[in-house]
Design a protein around this ligand. Structure first.
Ligand code: FAD
Ligand code: SF4
Length: 483
């Protein structure tokens, strides 16, 4: 046995990965899970976590850590888990990530840390996401809180507009540094798309609610049901706070301009998902009427994470048949392969290499989608495959409901210009990171003291990248306020 002394005195078997297979997620039975919106992955026992963590090679140059947008100290907390020092592991996770239990659930690890893991070369990557989720869940359940007794509180306050991952990432780091974050959000609960987008079978709403309690306990104040520009003006916010962080997301649905898209029964993906949350949580938000998919033929157009959330939600609403239509092949799908696998297990049908041409209707009601076959071509110098539509190979796919999941564009507020916040042609907010502007901070907008990050700057992206920009903005705001 090749052994090395672990940092916490438990000998490490560097060849453990040869004897111990990667342990895949324990999932609830398909028949049981497709009738509710509860999470599909079952918690793991301590012994399983320590065994899985012991597979880590503790690479001198940890690719997992580099690939993670938050540069989480992955090998270090894996070692703590291996040594059963679970609360220390949770504490270390929180040093770089304010929402580890959420990233453990929704990050596409198969495209990030686990893809980069040295063992992902035939041996099976370390189960980084699952360990992160299980360890941080325990810490939250045990009411773990960071020790802030040595933090000197300042008299500074920062307004954060948007309680999604970017806003929460910024708020947590400010609070940990003695600056009071006041987070405004137009929705009735925190989380942004974590609550009003990602369905419960990936992330139960109670997880976000527990995180709200944690954040309130460390001094973050939330002002919910408060839309900046309606219930409170940007001028008032500017007068009342020392700096502002904009974290408002990216909400204009791409519709694809398909003929027939105005037919009754065509729904935008996010409207469908928000209506579901609204109904399940009884938020009574206006503008999101619930439509049951029970007994209907549902066609979802698109191949990203949002499309996967829609197909799996429709399946849980007892649709007669759910079909996902995507214009490239399975390997080219932009979402997490794990989620595609889960959808297939749950009975969703996939039609790859199909381009929707129009939505057909009868007396104004959706009756189907006209599709053409496509062929895929590799393009030299690009890792995105191109496709060619074969207009001759057309067919009609019957549908009662069509859900459009083509992605999102920027949704700039009408008060941006008045506040001096500039945007690119596509509506994304300009910061130094997004362009070559000569600004003092990477997340600062062209308006002094106003910072921005997350989807509204990057375009629709990931939870973890939004958190990373929120934290970066917090560091820069602390410097700007000379704290
Ligand atoms: P958001 O999460 O969009 O939060 C913005 C917040 O700003 C919202 O709460 C909004 O109410 C608030 N707001 C906006 N304007 C105002 C205003 N004027 N006044 C007050 N409040 C305002 N990423 C992953 O990593 N994994 C996934 O599995 C995943 N699944 C997804 C599923 C769906 C259906 C969607 C749509 C996205 C998914 N994403 C996923 C992407 C991820 O959710 C986003 O990239 C991330 O939430 C962006 O964070 P954000 O803080 O920038 O914005
Ligand atoms: Fe461990 Fe994999 Fe990271 Fe190496 S790349 S430190 S094996 S988790």
């Amino acid at each position: 046995m090749s052994q090395q002394q672990g940092k916490n005195n438990k000998p490490q078997d560097l060849l453990a990965f040869l004897n111990q297979q990667r342990g895949e997620h324990n999932k609830r039975e398909v028949t049981e899970r497709v009738i509710d919106f509860k999470e599909i992955y079952v918690a793991k026992k301590s012994e399983e976590l320590t065994v899985q963590a012991s597979r880590c090679l503790d690479c001198g140059n940890p690719y997992c850590e580099w690939k993670c947008p938050l540069h989480n100290y992955i090998p270090n907390w894996l070692e703590l888990v291996r040594n059963e020092q679970f609360s220390q592991a949770a504490e270390l996770m929180h040093e770089t990530n304010p929402l580890p239990e959420i990233c453990g659930r929704v990050c596409p690890q198969d495209r990030l840390c686990e893809q980069a893991c040295t063992l992902n070369t035939g041996f099976g990557a370390v189960t980084i996401g699952e360990i992160e989720k299980n360890i941080s869940d325990r810490a939250i359940a045990n009411k773990w809180r960071p020790n802030l007794s040595n933090i000197k509180q300042t008299d500074k306050t920062v307004a954060i507009i948007g309680a999604g991952p970017a806003g929460l990432g910024c708020a947590e780091l400010l609070a940990r540094n003695g600056v009071k974050p006041i987070v405004y959000d137009k929705y009735p609960e925190i989380g942004g798309l974590l609550t009003f987008g990602i369905p419960g079978f990936k992330l139960e709403k109670s997880i976000v609610q527990k995180r709200r309690e944690f954040l309130q306990d460390i001094g973050v104040e939330f002002r919910l049901n408060t839309e900046v520009g309606k219930q409170i003006s940007i001028e008032q916010i500017q007068q009342e706070h020392d700096a502002i962080f904009l974290a408002m997301g990216c909400y204009t649905s791409v519709t694809g301009n398909l003929p027939g898209a105005d037919s009754v029964g065509v729904i935008k993906a996010l409207d469908f998902l928000i209506a579901n949350v609204n109904q399940q949580q009884d938020y009574q938000m206006k503008g999101y009427p619930y439509q049951s998919m029970q007994g209907k033929k549902v066609v979802v157009l698109g191949g990203g994470d949002t499309a996967m959330d829609c197909v799996r939600s429709a399946q849980r609403q007892q649709a007669e048949k759910v079909t996902c239509v995507y214009r490239r092949d399975r390997d080219s799908m932009p979402g997490s392969p794990q989620e595609v696998k889960n959808a297939i297990e749950e009975g969703v049908e996939f039609l790859f290499n199909r381009q929707p041409l129009s939505i057909e209707n009868q007396q104004g009601k959706v009756s189907g989608v006209s599709l053409a076959e496509t062929s895929i071509h590799e393009t030299v110098g690009s890792n995105r495959k191109t496709f060619v539509i074969d207009e001759e190979a057309q067919h009609l796919l019957e549908a009662d409901i069509v859900i459009l999941a083509f992605g999102f564009k920027a949704s700039p507020a009408d008060w941006f210009t008045q506040a001096g916040i500039t945007q690119k042609e596509n509506g994304l907010v300009i910061t130094q990171t997004s362009d070559d502007f000569d600004l003092p901070y990477s997340q600062q907008t062209e308006s002094k003291g106003i910072f921005a990050g997350g989807d509204m700057v990057r375009g629709a992206d990931l939870v973890v990248t939004a958190i990373a920009e929120g934290r970066q903005a917090a560091k820069e705001i602390l410097d700007f306020l000379e704290v």
